[in-house]
Design a protein around this ligand. Structure first.
Ligand code: SF4
Length: 336
């Protein structure tokens, strides 16, 4: 029996006409530095985020450290509650889905697989763990399912009795992917899944994720700080800056012709697929504002080469158009 043949406990309740995953006006704030007698400061980690993913889609979320990507991913995984707004899976509020069903629908793949793999368990035991929680299979059937999944993700069968410390970084990430897929989830939230790997192994893992998506019709949220990776794997890309989505567009379009000044700067900080684009070099490694004291108006205005006088006083509002979503005064007055 392969993982693909494992039946789905919640199939009867899944609504396949609904989007696979939605974030509706989702915000998350933290009170930072408060004590018994002091109030602390409000950190707006994620602000009014709206996302809607269809089944089988790959949405890339890109931005610098501190842009809110990881907080958003924790809320999408049900590990953190939004302060405002709602997450829905298959049209159902995540609040009404119990933990066992949630982990069956949606699985994470993290940046550092080593820290998420129990060093005292063998690879076979680690991959089989979700089966023990979700399915009652005989030991022989569990082993068959594990062997089939190891073959699926390109792990040699001899590694079934090895320990995580005996594997390379790429092999460990394959184990993490195999474990996530054992209960046939619908959605994978991949948080920088290749950033700890060297470039050639990165490519192998990206190819694997691409193949698995096709085979299982998986929906991915792919969080990264690297726009180059998204060129390869994503259908659409959302660019986050200081907790807000400032541009969302089909990946090819956004990477070829970014519209938002921040998207242009991000693209300028990596190898661009279009060398003829005149992209600004904002030295994005520096100058990220203090999130506890965000700039007034458009949060990007102190770093923006196209800032106008009103950018420092008035926050732009998101506009939807044929190309996606854009939040910048340069597009004020264009069709919403
Ligand atoms: Fe730049 Fe103004 Fe657009 Fe902000 S609103 S990105 S400061 S042009």
């Amino acid at each position: 029996m392969t993982a693909a043949t494992l039946d789905r406990q919640t199939e009867a309740t899944a609504d396949h006409s609904s989007p696979a995953l939605e974030a509706i006006d989702v915000s998350r704030t933290f009170n930072v530095g408060g004590g018994l007698f002091s109030q602390g400061k409000l950190l707006r980690a994620v602000e009014n985020v709206n996302l809607r993913l269809r089944r089988g889609e790959v949405l890339g979320i890109v931005g610098e450290s501190g842009s809110g990507k990881t907080t958003l991913s924790k809320m999408l995984l049900g590990l953190m509650r939004p302060t405002n707004g709602e997450i829905r899976i298959g049209g159902r509020s995540i609040n009404g889905i119990g933990r066992p069903e949630l982990s069956r629908l949606l699985q994470p793949i993290f940046q550092d697989p080593y820290s998420s793999l129990n060093p005292r368990k063998t690879i076979g035991q680690i991959i089989a763990l979700p089966l023990q929680t979700h399915k009652s299979l005989s030991s022989a059937n569990q082993t068959k399912a594990v062997e089939a999944m190891m073959a699926q993700v390109g792990l040699p069968p001899r590694l079934i009795h090895s320990y995580p410390s005996q594997l390379s970084g790429g092999q460990r990430q394959r184990v993490a992917i195999a474990r996530a897929l054992m209960i046939q989830p619908e959605i994978l939230i991949c948080d920088e899944p290749t950033s700890a790997l060297d470039v050639s192994v990165q490519a192998q893992i990206l190819n694997l994720l691409k193949d698995l998506r096709r085979e299982f019709n998986l929906t991915y949220i792919f969080i990264t700080h690297d726009l180059g990776i998204l060129e390869y794997i994503a259908d659409r890309v959302a660019v986050m800056y200081m907790g807000r989505i400032v541009e969302l567009a089909p990946a090819r379009q956004l990477l070829a012709e970014p519209r938002h000044p921040y998207s242009k700067a991000l693209l300028g900080s990596v190898l661009t697929p279009n060398p003829h684009l005149d992209l600004p070099d904002l030295n994005l490694g520096r100058g990220f504002p203090d999130p506890l004291n965000p700039p007034t108006g458009c949060h990007f205005h102190p770093r923006c080469p196209q800032a106008r006088p009103d950018c420092s006083t008035t926050a732009p509002t998101p506009k939807r158009d044929a190309q996606g979503l854009i939040e910048c005064h340069l597009f004020d007055g264009e069709a919403a």
